[in-house]
Design a binder for this molecule. Structure first.
Ligand SMILES: Cc1ncc(COP(=O)(O)O)c(C=O)c1O
Length: 441
């Protein structure tokens, strides 16, 4: 039986949302050309309520790493739904939760080694990414008895009241500032020029002895695809060791192949104490994880006396776990990360061949298939231009998103399985639009 939808057209859906959804959720442009209403998605393609086809260069916030609705992942979810739709979080568990805990251990601390000693991982499952970050912050506080967290300017760790303390952007924080505990200490995200300055700032904060953790995205996603200099993450590791604080990597965006390896920290061979995962883990079900080194997790969290001190109704949801296991199994079996690197190189080569008009310059940043193009006019970024370009690209059939504090970066995070033709045709439309706007020659 299919669910009867009584409304079909884009206009009807948007009108319903305008009337019944809270303000400040779905943005609708005055011109009516943003947003589209998604009806169906498969692989790299999305179809809207009018039947128009699009290529998704966002993987829907990086979630659909293997493309939308990969059949094996959908089947795993459907089979799980039919067998056991819901279990009891921290009380009566189900098999999939145990199997996924072990799999995440194999992919992280089992695969990484600390000198001669061997470790495994222990996991706390959550629903959204921000909850995984909050579970990591709780772990660090339990571990050290301290509350301060060093985080980075332009960093994004989600918007719950815990995570908001370590998400720097004022747009999100300012309206709720009076309710925040303000335990985040922000330092600039490093560039090749200021890296030693940033490390000194961190050292100075650590000397204050109130810090329980250093929290970093190995590559900033929503902050504008900002890539730290090679070796920076290792320096964070050294500082965390020296001052006995937890090193937390938020790989909610970068995890599961996005940057060409399982995790972005792999390329620096920098190993955190806790890694936060979400988004692409399931390919499309809200499940996230706070995965910590087993000895650290055991030191932080007491044995349960029957009532967990951190849990939630849907913790380790059976459908999410089944989908994650199927999703990861495909990533282990198929050379998807390697192929995605080729698509990243293709994108980079095409953009590098463009001729910028006088006064304009494009700064392209990329790791694997996580890329951003920041357009500058003279010395300034051009956020309104980037947003206009993204809107024009939508009418040409390409879904893109802006990142950065003002939306100044056009980001590219397509499914890792994106085709060569899709990259070519997206670049050719983007080039035409930039030429029409006088940005490219
Ligand atoms: C690095 C990072 N951490 C945390 C989050 C928050 O995840 P969620 O929106 O699922 O709460 C995001 C979301 O974009 C993210 O990119």
């Amino acid at each position: 039986m299919t669910v009867p939808f009584t409304t079909t057209s884009t206009r009807e859906v948007l009108d319903l949302l305008a009337l019944y959804e809270s303000r400040n959720v779905t943005f609708q442009s005055a011109s009516g050309d943003w947003p589209i209403v998604w009806e169906r998605a498969l692989g790299e393609k999305v179809w809207d309520a009018e039947g128009n086809e699009y290529i998704d260069f966002t993987a829907a916030f990086g979630v659909a790493a293997l493309g939308h609705a990969r059949p094996e992942v959908v089947q795993a979810g459907q089979a799980q739904m039919a067998r056991l739709l819901h279990a009891m979080g921290d009380v009566h568990p189900h098999r999939g939760k145990a199997l996924l805990c072990r799999k995440l251990s194999d992919l992280t601390f089992k695969r990484w080694t600390y000198g001669a000693s061997e470790h495994h991982a222990k996991t706390i499952f959550c629903n959204s990414g921000f909850e995984a970050v909050e579970a990591a912050l709780k772990t660090a506080t339990l571990l050290t008895g301290k509350t301060g967290v060093i985080a980075f300017q332009k960093g994004y760790h989600g918007l719950g009241y815990g995570a908001l303390n370590v998400t720097s952007r004022q747009h999100f924080r300012a309206p709720f500032k009076s309710q925040l505990k303000e335990f985040g200490f922000f330092v600039p995200f490093p560039t090749s020029e200021n890296s030693s300055f940033v490390l000194n700032e961190i050292r100075a904060l650590l000397h204050q002895k109130v810090i329980c953790a250093i929290l970093a995205e190995p590559i900033q996603a929503r902050g504008g695809i900002n890539i730290p200099p090679q070796g920076f993450l290792l320096e964070l590791r050294k500082l965390a060791d020296e001052f006995q604080v937890a090193l937390i990597f938020d790989e909610i965006y970068t995890g599961f192949g996005r940057t060409g390896d399982w995790f972005a920290c792999d390329s620096d061979r920098a190993i955190p104490d806790i890694i936060c995962l979400g988004k692409a883990m399931t390919g499309g079900f809200p499940l996230s994880a706070c995965v910590g080194r087993s000895d650290i997790m055991d030191k932080a969290w007491p044995v349960s006396n029957g009532e967990a001190i951190h849990t939630s109704t849907f913790l380790g949801h059976p459908v999410g776990c089944a989908m994650a296991l199927a999703n990861i199994e495909i990533m282990e079996r198929e050379p998807i990360f390697k192929q995605s690197e080729k698509r990243g190189e293709q994108l980079e080569q095409i953009i590098a061949s463009w001729n910028w008009a006088e006064n304009y310059r494009g700064q392209f940043r990329r790791k694997g298939l996580m890329a951003g193009l920041e357009i500058r006019r003279d010395a300034s970024t051009c956020a309104p231009l980037a947003i206009e370009v993204i809107q024009s690209m939508l009418s040409c059939g390409f879904i893109l998103l802006p990142e950065g504090d003002e939306g100044e970066v056009i980001s590219f995070t397509p499914p890792l399985t994106i085709s060569m033709q899709a990259v070519d045709s997206m670049c050719s439309s983007l080039k035409t639009i930039l030429q029409q706007k006088g940005v490219l020659r």
